[in-house]
Design a protein around this ligand. Sequence first.
Ligand code: SAM
Length: 280
Amino acid sequence: MELWFTEEHSENVKFSIKVDEHLYSEQSKYQRIDIMKSYEFGNFLTLDGCMMVTERDEFIYHDMMVHVPMAVNPAIKKVLVIGGGDGGTVRELTRYKSIEYIDLVEIDEKVVVACKMHLQQTACKLDDPRVHIYFEDGLRFVRGKENEYDLILVDSTDPFGPGEGLFTKEFYGNCYKALNEKGILINQHESPYYQMHKNSLEMAYEKMVGIFPIMKFYGANIPTYSSGQWLFGFVSKKFHPVKDLQEEAWKAFGLKTKYYNTIIHRGSFALPNYILDLLS
Ligand code: SAM
């Protein structure tokens, strides 16, 4: 008997992955958590039936979430990660010896438990001494912060369910306050292709626009995400993501990356017209 994981990318399009073994399944207070072992993508995490992270293609997302801001401001020392319970974003951050402090605010402790059990590839650095984990709502956590972080990475689920509050003007306004004068915020900004994700993208855009002086978008192709075309939002109080790219300083870190390099950094901010039209 064949087992398949299927995610609906639109009402007429489904994406399926053949499953070898269902490793973990739990209904937490916030969401349904599943980890499965697949033939093509290794172990993968889904939340409420939505694809979150796979062993095979997570490097693309986590490289672009972390190395893009780090190459614009290599002096980043204090980082806030909201969501990110699989640990992949934190893992990439801990590769920078220059980073002194990482607050991880993940609403659902069960996600961290599950990923430590079955996704060690991403969860392997959650015990780094610089990492401080708070199991609470990122929307509430950031309310109390002022001028505290160099970088905020919003590595959340889609804007419904527990993630909904992380796509609001209140949240981005509080993130603005929580960042210092050189602050940068990156969020996963959904997909511009199918209507369902397009709506999420437009909603996130409307909530972010006007809060930060600099607001740019960049893309990457992530095979297991809806349509493959995925966007990230780059907002900042001071730095332009391409004009202020510190290419030599980033190379001096000597990090070996599987996806990111400073040429793709520049190229990722060049977007096709249909996306530019959507964002305008
Ligand atoms: N890379 C994935 C993506 O782009 O869809 C996201 C990875 S991570 C698993 C998403 C995490 O966000 C989940 O563990 C979820 O529990 C967490 N999350 C959702 N809403 C949250 C909130 N309001 N505060 C903190 N964490 C939240």
